[in-house]
Design a protein around this ligand. Structure first.
Ligand code: RB5
Length: 150
């Protein structure tokens, strides 16, 4: 089976967890493409969200994992990229539902308000849960059709 690829990125607010999450993802069997940032100096999260989200939208990576202070800015920026369904995740339950109901393809995480261990549990659930399909397919298709109505 082909290795699942993850596009990983953070700003300075998420940098403290990025390398640990990268090593952990690799230890779980995922291939990780790291789009930065490269240290904890202040940067602008949309620059990094855009790079990783585009890699997912183009099919170079299967999922995105984006970390900033809250995860919120990364989510808003990533959702501007056509084809992206980014969800800001603060619990394994929301991670499960974002996959089952919303077919989320990008997880955004908080590096300041969620611990590294909790973010690992969130990602374990996110990456281990399939989309439920059925009635949710119609709803996700309606979300994506908004991109063509603008
Ligand atoms: C940076 O200070 C902070 O605004 C950013 O990491 C993120 O939390 C934005 O949503």
């Amino acid at each position: 089976m082909a290795q699942i690829r993850i596009a990983l990125a953070s700003d300075h607010g998420g940098f403290g967890q990025k390398d640990d999450l990268k090593l952990w993802l690799e230890s779980q069997g995922f291939a990780v493409d790291d789009f930065g940032c490269d240290d904890d100096s202040s940067v602008d999260y949309p620059d990094y969200a855009k790079l990783a989200a585009r890699a997912v939208a183009q099919g170079d990576d299967d999922y995105g994992v984006l970390i900033c202070g809250t995860g919120i800015g990364m989510m808003i920026a990533a959702n501007k990229v056509r084809g992206i369904r980014a969800a800001n995740l603060t619990s394994p339950e929301f991670a499960r539902l974002s996959r089952e109901h919303n077919n989320a393809n990008v997880a955004t995480l908080s590096g300041r308000f969620t611990s590294l261990e909790d973010n690992k549990k969130i990602l374990e659930t996110f990456l281990g849960t399939e989309f439920s399909g059925d009635r949710h397919t119609r709803r996700v298709e309606k979300i994506m059709s908004i991109e063509n109505e603008e």
